[in-house]
Design a protein around this ligand. Structure first.
Ligand code: NAP
Length: 251
């Protein structure tokens, strides 16, 4: 997959899926800036490890739910590297509870972090991508966008919103050389899923046709493809990476 010499911006890169995406883009030759929120130690360690390998990887602290901070991140990357070819909107959170108990704050926090951040980053990178007549945008959805999980009304709404947003943006900017796609992971072993995996890991595995939980690298491989030059005829799509979880078979 060709991303050599490309400039990539990845949100939520300090841990989990985002960390794997940073490593795979850097290993494939891209220069990578990544955003983290609070885990400075993990972020700086990742940047140092990658720099020691000869990769150009840069950690930037910001809250993706704050528009001014998003604009500042994009300005910093443009000031350093002059362009942004690849944007991966990966940062995301869960605040699960049944609807009756869901606070307006937990609704808003998930929408702002997961969905509004995608709007903000996509809008902020659009002019430089349009000028370059090139862009690869990959937005992190979830099988929860169209697979019912009780307690995830806020999260499901944010991820379904990302998919609708991505299709619309893909149509608007295809003629400018910009593709916009989503990756929808199933159950991936990260901090986000530790509690549920500890409580019901074997039960979950039994429902996944490939009979294992996903690893962050499974998602990073799909993102690398959609971020590469070779994926240029694919836009507005959602690629499920879930081991067959949502196929509905009896497995
Ligand atoms: P994770 O391990 O909890 O990591 C979340 C990442 O997002 C961290 O780097 C975190 O930064 C960053 N982040 C969270 N809020 C932020 C904010 N306001 N501003 C900036 N950065 C913020 O999550 P994950 O499991 O890797 O999930 C990554 C993405 O995949 C999410 O969009 C998630 O919805 C999606 N997904 C995950 C699964 C799964 O099974 N794990 C399944 C479907 C979809 P800090 O380290 O600084 O806190």
């Amino acid at each position: 997959m060709n991303v050599s010499g490309r400039i990539a911006l990845v949100t939520g890169g300090s841990r989990g899926i985002g960390r794997a995406i940073v490593c795979s883009l850097a290993a494939a030759g891209a220069k990578v800036a990544f955003v983290y929120q609070s885990n400075r130690e993990a972020a700086e360690q990742l940047a140092a490890e990658q720099n020691a390998l000869g990769h150009e990887v840069w950690a930037i602290q910001a809250d993706v739910s704050q528009r001014a901070e998003v604009d500042s991140v994009v300005e910093q990357v443009l000031a350093k590297w002059n362009k942004i070819d690849i944007l991966v909107n990966n940062a995301g959170i869960i605040r699960d509870s049944l609807l009756l108990a869901m606070s307006p704050e937990d609704w808003q926090k998930v929408i702002d972090t997961n969905l509004t951040s995608v709007f903000s980053f996509c809008q902020a990178v659009l002019r430089p991508m349009m000028s370059a007549r090139y862009g690869r945008i990959v937005n992190m959805s979830s099988v929860s966008a169209d697979f019912s999980n009780p307690g995830q009304a806020n999260y499901a709404a944010s991820k379904a919103g990302i998919e609708g947003f991505s299709r619309c943006m893909a149509t608007e900017y295809a003629k400018r050389g910009i593709t916009v796609n989503c990756v929808a992971p199933g159950f991936i072993e990260t901090d986000m899923t530790t509690a549920v995996v500890n409580a019901a890991g074997d039960k979950i595995k039994s429902k996944i046709p490939v009979k294992r939980l996903g690893q962050p690298s499974d998602i990073a491989n799909a993102v690398l493809f959609l971020a590469s030059e070779e994926s240029g005829y694919i836009t507005g799509q959602v690629l499920k990476v879930d081991g067959g979880l949502t196929l509905g078979g009896t497995g």
